[in-house]
Design a protein around this ligand. Structure first.
Ligand SMILES: [Zn+2]
Length: 250
């Protein structure tokens, strides 16, 4: 096994599982995951990806830590207030597995830099909370055929969906939410959010990522997490032939 002695100890309980044989675990360790947005979902998804064997991570966020983040952004503490989220996250995550290769980008993703920063990853996780950025990431991942996990959380509820972005089988975020203009979405700043809902959403996104890499995925479902009712629901989603990102349309 190419895994180090130290990692063999860290992941010893997981490696007992028959689903994580040498070949599968080595494959997981070679995957490059980019997380955009290191808020409540981003913190949880990063921590659980790393503790499940993902070793190559890029973290993108341009925010600094505030006290109001601490109810849900579990990688940060009161001593980190004022520091860049990506830098602190890298330090904490490397404390769990020092052998991880974590790249940090203290920038906001935009139309100009997306090509440079989202360069050929294995999968992108969108944990931003901004409709414009979500659409931009979605469009880029469709065009470049990059698998994308789109996430959101508000109040007690979260959503996770995987888009495999296979060229000949188009299904994307815009197929499901074909809003031409930015919708007037409720935001955490005004509606509020419970830390556990952000954490659950991040956990489901992490498991979706691992399932994708280990080929244990359920096709074309939107996962709705309702922390108050303790329900996780699946909604079947279909491609939209009128989607602006459809490859048949120019
Ligand atoms: Zn679409």
């Amino acid at each position: 096994m190419t895994i180090s002695e130290q990692e063999l100890e860290i992941f010893s309980r997981q490696l007992i599982l028959k689903e994580f044989d040498e070949k599968t675990f080595n494959y997981i360790q070679k995957q490059h995951v980019i997380i955009i947005g290191m808020g409540g979902i981003g913190c949880a998804v990063a921590q659980y990806l790393l503790t499940t064997g993902i070793k190559i991570l890029t973290l993108i966020d341009n925010d600094k830590i505030q006290k109001s983040n601490l109810n849900r952004q579990i990688l940060y503490s009161i001593h980190h207030v004022g520091k860049a989220k990506v830098k602190v996250a890298k330090k904490i995550l490397n404390g769990i597995n020092p052998e991880c290769k974590i790249k940090t980008i203290f920038q906001k993703i935009n139309g100009k830099n997306i090509k440079k920063y989202l360069y050929k990853p294995s999968l992108v996780i969108d944990a931003t909370d901004n409709w414009h950025t979500m659409n931009l990431i979605n469009k880029f991942c469709v065009k470049q055929s990059i698998p994308l996990i789109s996430t959101s959380v508000i109040g007690f509820d979260g959503q996770v969906i995987l888009f495999k972005n296979i060229k000949e089988n188009h299904l994307c975020l815009n197929c499901i939410y074909p809003n031409k203009n930015e919708p007037n979405l409720p935001r955490c700043e005004s509606i509020g959010v419970i830390g556990t809902a952000a954490g659950l959403t991040g956990l489901i996104a992490a498991q979706t990522t691992i399932n994708f890499f280990t080929k244990h995925i359920i096709k074309n479902i939107l996962i709705i997490i309702s922390s108050k009712s303790m329900k996780i629901s699946h909604i079947n989603v279909k491609k939209n032939s009128g989607c602006i990102n459809n490859s048949n349309k120019s």
